[in-house]
Each structure stands twice: as structure tokens, then as C-alpha cells.
Design a protein around this ligand. Structure first.
Ligand SMILES: [Zn+2]
Length: 306
């Protein structure tokens, strides 16, 4: 990268606003489809040398859109390329949720938004059209015309479906814990995290002895899917924790964000926007108390008893 200029998004190939930052040794990209992300220069060089399928590109665009400010490095490229494609129904739900997000009053209609490609993890126009057709055929959205342009709005079954979507795993009593598997952290889990979750009335679930060979294994995916919420601790900044939290967010599962106070400054800035519980090694009681009260404030007290 001699000239330090990046004109097109390396994924969707759209023209982007990008600036090189010597401090980051990377580009800060603002893509109309993938949204804002950072890509290190060596990661960019590596990407340019790889053959990437349209499906992988759509998945990366979708992922970047949901994780604004994500930083792509040579360490996480393989993970990005292995992102699992959400099911067609999940993608249609993402589109419906995005439409709800911009709707300020019931009945408000919108022209097709440019970013719907990445919102719906669509690899081409045909796929986006098919997703929109599905939402229309299921009575979730309706289309109309305004000044010669097609518009879309949420209608009856769409509102009902959105209500259902928000009750993710309402009957589950499980709180999935994503964290760094280090001896120092196991102590934090035993003394604070597990008790905080139990005190809020939920059953903490930690998948131990797992390996992160650049992928999230099926057992973890299955456990996250059946959890009522996730507690993600970012101390140690493990890639796996970021991925699991992103995956849970994508499913609409509530995520409780925590991080050791000293490690907080290195937090990816896409996580910083969330209200993160910071903790110190010398006051684990306070950490435990804050976990329980945050869970209860977010999803209410559970009914799990040991
Ligand atoms: Zn892009």
C-alpha cells in the first residue's frame, strides 16, 4: 500500500469515503453498504490476494453493518470468511427490524434504502427482491407508490411478528457466558460472574475446554441460541468473545457487556457504545452486585433455583 489510498470497499466494491490513519496503520472506511469499519493495511493486502465468493462478501457486509466500527486485522480475516449465513427467515427478520427502526409512526412508508443489501445479508438484487417479496407475501409489509417510486411500510402481521421477535427465548433460564479462558478469569467467573447471574435468577452456562481455531463451534452456537441472555466479558480482548457477542446480538439476544477497568481502553469502539460494566480485581462483590442488577434491569428477575 504505497499511496495509502483506498477508493472502493474491498467487499461490496462500492465507492467509499476512506482515510488512512498512520496511528491505526489502517483505513477508516465509510461504506454506503457495509457502514463504518477499519481495515489494517496488511489485512487489506491479504484480502486483495484472496478469492472470495459473493456469499462470503454478503456475509461480511452484513456482519460489518451490525458491528459498526469493527476492525479487520490479519488475525480475524479467516473468521470473517467463515461467518455462517443466517437463514432466509433470519435475514427477512433483520430487514423487518431495520424497517421498524426507521419508522417513526405506524403507517410511515419508505423507499428502498441502499443499505438494505447489507441489512438483509443479500448477495445480489435478486436476493433482496426475494426477501422483500417474502415479507409482502407473509403480510408483514405492504408496498405502495409515491411520486413514481415504490415504497414499503410495516402492516398488521409485521407488527405482530416484531412483537414475537422481541420475546427471544422468553422461557429460557440460561445465561451464556462468553469470556477469556485464562486462569485469572476463571477466578472472576467463580467468585463474581456465576454468582451475579445466579443472584438474578438465571443459570450461568460456560462452555469450557473449547478451542477457538478460528471458528465458533456448533456446541457454542446451539447454547447461545437457547440462552435468555449473554454475559460477554471483554477482558483479554479475545476474538471469540467479540464474535459470540455479535452472534447473540444478531439473534436479538440481550447482551450484558463487562470488562476489567484497565482493559477498557482497548475495547473495540463498536462495543464502547454499549453501557459496559467495568470491574476491578479488588472489588468482586461490587462486580457481582452490578451484574445481577443489570440483568434484572434488562430482562427481569429469572426463576432459576440451584
Ligand atoms: Zn462495503
Amino acid at each position: 500500500m504505497n499511496n495509502k489510498i483506498l477508493e472502493k470497499c474491498p467487499f461490496c466494491k462500492f465507492t467509499v469515503a476512506a482515510s488512512y490513519s498512520g496511528v491505526l496503520d489502517g483505513y477508516q472506511v465509510d461504506c454506503p453498504s457495509c457502514s463504518k469499519y477499519i481495515i489494517n493495511t496488511d489485512a487489506y493486502a491479504e484480502l486483495c490476494s484472496r478469492a472470495i465468493t459473493a456469499r462470503q462478501i454478503a456475509n461480511i457486509s452484513g456482519y460489518l453493518h451490525e458491528n459498526q466500527g469493527f476492525r479487520i486485522t490479519t488475525d480475524n480475516i479467516d473468521n470473517l470468511l467463515k461467518i455462517k449465513t443466517p437463514s432466509f427467515h433470519e435475514r427477512a427478520d433483520k430487514l423487518l427490524l431495520a424497517l421498524e427502526e426507521i419508522t417513526e409512526y405506524a403507517g410511515q412508508s419508505f423507499e428502498q434504502q441502499f443499505e438494505w443489501y447489507s441489512v438483509g445479508w443479500c448477495s445480489c438484487g435478486i436476493e433482496l427482491d426475494e426477501t422483500i417479496t417474502f415479507l409482502k407475501n407473509t403480510g408483514r409489509i405492504a408496498s405502495g407508490m409515491r411520486r413514481g417510486k415504490r415504497t414499503y411500510k410495516i402492516v398488521a402481521d409485521g407488527w405482530a411478528h416484531l412483537e414475537e421477535l422481541k420475546k427471544v427465548n422468553a422461557d429460557s433460564q440460561q445465561g451464556f457466558v462468553a469470556m477469556w479462558f485464562d486462569d485469572s478469569m476463571m477466578k472472576i467467573y467463580d467468585e463474581a460472574i456465576s454468582h451475579g447471574i445466579l443472584n438474578a435468577g438465571y443459570n450461568p452456562h460456560l462452555v469450557i475446554n473449547r478451542e477457538h481455531n478460528g471458528k465458533i463451534d456448533d456446541e457454542i452456537i446451539a447454547q447461545i441460541r437457547r440462552s435468555r441472555f449473554m454475559l460477554a466479558d471483554f477482558t483479554g480482548h479475545r476474538g471469540g468473545v467479540y464474535y459470540e457477542a455479535g452472534f447473540a446480538k444478531g439473534l436479538g439476544i440481550e447482551v450484558i457487556w463487562t470488562c476489567n477497568k484497565e482493559a477498557l481502553k482497548d475495547l473495540h469502539f463498536d462495543i464502547r457504545q454499549y453501557n459496559c460494566i467495568d470491574w476491578t480485581y479488588d472489588d468482586l462483590n461490587e462486580f457481582k452486585r452490578r451484574i445481577a442488577s443489570r440483568i434484572e434491569a434488562s430482562i427481569g428477575h429469572g426463576s432459576y433455583q440451584q
